[in-house]
Write a protein that binds this ligand. Structure first.
Ligand code: APR
Ligand code: PHB
Length: 396
């Protein structure tokens, strides 16, 4: 087989890249290790920055998002028994976020690839990049027991944190930065009316809590838990009681509870790999970086990588201009580190750390008090939450 861009990974970043390149007449093939049902069965977050919303519309996959997604102009911070609203729209000159599940984004992308005759090969195992340091890299993979070779000009490794892309970068080239947080998030999905029309991020002496949603009838809630928490010890009743305890009275009083349809624990990690390029292979999304979910930046950061990489590949093929590809790692990492900083900062501000003393707790309260009483403080938080602009290499 031969194509122009070989894409490893059929998650949101691989599929979005495939769709954008297709619309620009650039051939590509996506190799996904899992089945499509498996990929679409993963529960993930769902707050989309304005930049991603516009990319999905431009990539002709925004129709259902615009029909079913919820535009949010703000969110709430709850602490010390009070709730303060962060007016995203007012503080950022009109920017908002879209609440629309990542799983739905991935489903829309799969449908669009199908409708446009895109080649997404799932259950492609043993995907291996070869000759990435040459100008004729290729991928090998096994599909239905058949070993296949895919020749390409460039390889986009959109294969997530556990993918083969980053692992195939020479150890003397790759540098990684990591912070693993000493707690997790216990998440529940329930067919109940959300406790509020907007998200509530709660800082509480018993730990963090988050009230989110997927739709007006599908709620998503999280409570901070220990990393070695045993899920079997968390009945639905225990979850709802703990959540109520961590919410301000007014919210706790209106919380609608019900049976959980999904319950899981997710660890929290900050991770960045540098560089995001080696030879003719380019890392994008979770393959290069992980953020703790507190700032809702995971999917949005994958999207900004795809924004830079797609523009660079389009310039290469349409204008024979390799500047974007040459600058890709530097350009993408500049935005990655800013989003890593925001996600680490929100995580540090809103969670209870095991070794946290009373002074640390007072510092959190004072920072939240400052933030919610200062226009400058709220503006800084809002502009990061709605998403920092996609700056080009030469604008940095
Ligand atoms: N070969 C082929 N496919 C692979 C391989 C491999 N060796 N390893 C992993 N994959 C596939 C995975 O099965 C997965 O479907 O690559 C895909 C990577 O998708 P994601 O992990 O969703 O990563 P990405 O597309 O970058 O999306 C980032 O996902 O985890 C969330 O919070 C994260 O929201 C962020 C988003
Ligand atoms: C979610 O809806 O799952 C969600 C929302 C916001 C976050 C994290 C997760 O910061």
């Amino acid at each position: 087989m031969k194509t122009q861009v070989g894409i490893i990974g059929g998650g949101p970043s691989g599929l979005l890249l495939s769709q954008i390149l297709h619309l620009q007449g650039i051939e590509n093939v996506v190799l996904e290790r899992q089945s499509r049902d498996y990929v679409l069965g993963r529960i993930r977050a769902g707050v989309l920055e304005q930049g991603l919303v516009e990319m999905l519309r431009d990539a002709q996959v925004g129709e259902r998002m615009d029909r079913e997604g919820l535009i949010h102009d703000g969110f709430h911070l709850a602490f010390g028994g009070r709730t303060e609203r962060i007016d995203l729209k007012g503080l950022t000159g009109g920017k908002t976020v879209m609440v629309y599940g990542q799983t739905e984004v991935t489903r829309d992308l799969y449908n669009a690839r199908d409708d446009m005759g895109g080649l997404v090969i799932d259950e492609a195992t043993d995907v291996t990049p070869h000759d990435i340091e040459t100008d004729a890299p290729y991928l090998t993979f096994v599909k239905s027991g058949l070993e296949t070779r895919l020749d390409c000009d460039f390889i986009a490794a959109c294969d997530g944190f556990h993918g083969v892309g980053r692992q195939s970068m020479p150890k003397n080239v790759l540098k990684t930065y990591e912070r693993v947080y000493p707690f997790g998030w216990l998440g529940v999905l329930s067919r109940t009316r959300p406790v509020d029309e907007e998200l509530i991020y709660a800082n509480h002496a018993r730990g963090f809590a988050l009230c989110s949603m997927r739709s007006p009838t599908l709620s998503r809630y999280y409570v901070q838990c220990a990393l070695d928490e045993n899920l079997d010890e968390w009945s639905d009743d225990r979850f709802w009681d703990e959540l109520k305890t961590r919410l301000p009275e007014a919210a706790a009083a209106t919380l609608v509870t019900g049976p959980s349809i999904e319950k899981s624990i997710a660890p929290l990690r900050s991770f960045v790999a540098e560089p995001m390029t080696h030879g003719r292979m380019f890392l994008a999304g979770d393959a290069a970086h992980i953020v703790p979910p507190t700032g809702a930046k995971g999917l949005n950061l994958a999207a900004s990588d795809v924004y830079y990489l797609s523009r660079a590949l389009i310039a290469q093929y349409q204008k024979d201009d390799e500047t974007g590809l040459k600058n890709y790692s530097k350009t993408a990492l500049s935005r990655v580190w800013k989003a890593e900083r925001f996600s680490w900062w929100m995580t540090t501000l809103m969670h209870k750390f095991p070794d946290q003393g009373v002074f640390d707790a007072k510092m959190q309260q004072a920072e939240l008090d400052y933030l919610t009483s200062s226009k400058a403080g709220m503006t800084a938080m809002a502009e990061n939450y709605v998403g920092l602009p996609y700056q080009e290499g030469d604008e940095q």
